[in-house]
Design a protein around this ligand. Structure first.
Ligand SMILES: [Zn+2]
Length: 430
């Protein structure tokens, strides 16, 4: 008598609509077993993909058969059993050695004859072909998109996947929310959690409606996609999507994120510390707060005092109220202020520099564009070296990423100069 183990599988990532759910597979197999009068010892189910060997329930089935607990397998279709060469080979081997006497499928005819085994191995390799082809098609599609500068993934917040053109476009509403979030964070007062709360307030949340995870927000705030860089599979590509964030704003946010990584120990924030030294002995100045209480008139009042640290022991200076330090400093600064009569001359000089600046910007831009051209040539040479197998794949990838990032930075600089003039001009206008 042949004892069958029924095996049902539906992988979680399977997109094929025609594959029955595990429950319906069991129902069909039960009906089939009754009709064919099969003895089924147990029903085992698994919800994992068969692309990679090592499914635990499938291995249990094989083990049970090797131990002789059963000598037949019942499944909905041959592709439920194997989609990789190892598992397919195992089944055929068990048939060859006689451990499996029969396989039954409601949707596929099998007979334990040389012809039947031949048909089975074709069914196995067909399902393997299906899987290989699927992933190859996905990879090919990804490469094609990356070549065109399109991220082959779900669009980051603020963007949407255009289903017809298969591009990534700016989401008119969400892009405004994301930009506002960057602006908020760039002010330096908001925490990551504040930004997440801000997103929730305006409807950018997890699927469940809960606040975005803090790591998600951090990744969003540092995602270079927003300045036109695509990172995919460890490689960097130049994106062709439109930008809605000014690169300067993105840079500002990166600086804040970087600074928050190494928080400085927080000290009392006294205005004039580090600015002045003791005039008598040259030691550093320290400051402290004194609390005073005037029960009948003003209540609690804090006074800030500055004093010499007297590290060298021979200083006669006393405490000084902050207001007095300020007065002294004002007196010093006043000495070096400029007379009004100079203003006209300075303004003329500014005008002259502005004209000079224009020519400077032009030369700077032409320099930058020749640098960019150089990088493009380097990229070409690098690719040739890689294709000729002179350059290791790892080095190729690393170098390529560096060059692409540099190129994007130079391009940013170019737009910034043509918009605001070179750095010196931007500084003078403030
Ligand atoms: Zn002193």
């Amino acid at each position: 008598m042949i004892k069958y183990i029924a095996y049902c599988r539906k992988s979680t990532d399977e997109k094929e609509k025609q594959v029955l759910s595990i429950e319906s597979q069991i129902a069909e197999l039960k009906e089939f077993a009754a009709r064919e009068k099969l003895v089924v010892t147990e029903y085992l189910t698994e919800s994992r993909t068969a692309k990679i060997p090592g499914r635990s329930i499938f291995n249990q089935v094989i083990e049970k058969i090797e131990k002789g607990e059963a000598n037949g397998i019942l499944a909905w279709h041959a592709d439920r059993l194997a989609r990789n060469s190892i598992d397919g080979g195992k089944i055929i081997y068990l048939l060859d050695t006689g451990k499996i006497i029969d396989l039954k499928f409601p949707t596929f005819w099998f007979d334990n004859t040389p012809q039947g085994k031949f048909m089975l191995s074709i069914a196995f390799s067909q399902s393997k072909y299906y899987v290989d082809n699927l992933s190859e098609n996905v990879k090919r599609g990804n490469r094609q998109k990356l070549r065109k500068g399109i991220l082959p993934n779900k669009a980051p917040y603020g963007y949407l996947n255009e289903p017809r053109l298969r591009t990534i476009e700016i989401d008119p509403l969400k892009s405004k929310i994301v930009k506002k979030a960057f602006e908020l964070f760039a002010e330096g007062e908001s925490s990551i959690a504040d930004i997440s709360r801000f997103f929730q307030k305006f409807g950018i949340t997890r699927y469940t409606g809960k606040m975005l995870h803090l790591d998600t927000v951090k990744r969003l705030l540092s995602n270079k996609f927003y300045i036109g860089i695509i990172n995919f599979g460890g490689e960097t590509y130049e994106g062709t999507h439109k930008l809605f964030l000014p690169p300067e704003l993105f840079g500002k946010v990166q600086k804040i994120l970087e600074a928050r990584k190494h928080p400085k120990p927080r000290r009392n924030n006294f205005t004039f510390l580090g600015l002045v030294k003791c005039a008598e002995c040259g030691c550093a100045i320290t400051a402290e707060v004194k609390h005073k209480c005037y029960p009948t008139t003003r209540g609690n009042v804090d006074y800030i005092y500055y004093r010499c640290t007297k590290k060298r022991n021979d200083c006669s200076q006393n405490y000084l109220r902050e207001e007095l330090v300020e007065q002294q400093l004002r007196a010093i600064v006043a000495k070096s202020s400029l007379p009004n009569s100079w203003a006209k001359l300075w303004l003329e000089k500014l005008d002259k520099e502005e004209t000079e600046e224009k020519t400077n910007s032009e030369t700077a831009i032409s320099k930058l564009s020749s640098k960019i051209l150089e990088i493009d040539q380097k990229l070409d040479r690098l690719l040739e070296g890689y294709l000729d197998q002179i350059v290791d794949p790892q080095i190729y990838q690393q170098k390529k990423n560096e060059l692409v990032e540099l190129k994007i930075k130079l391009k940013e600089k170019m737009t910034s100069i043509s918009k605001n003039g070179s750095e010196s001009a931007a500084f003078l206008r403030i």
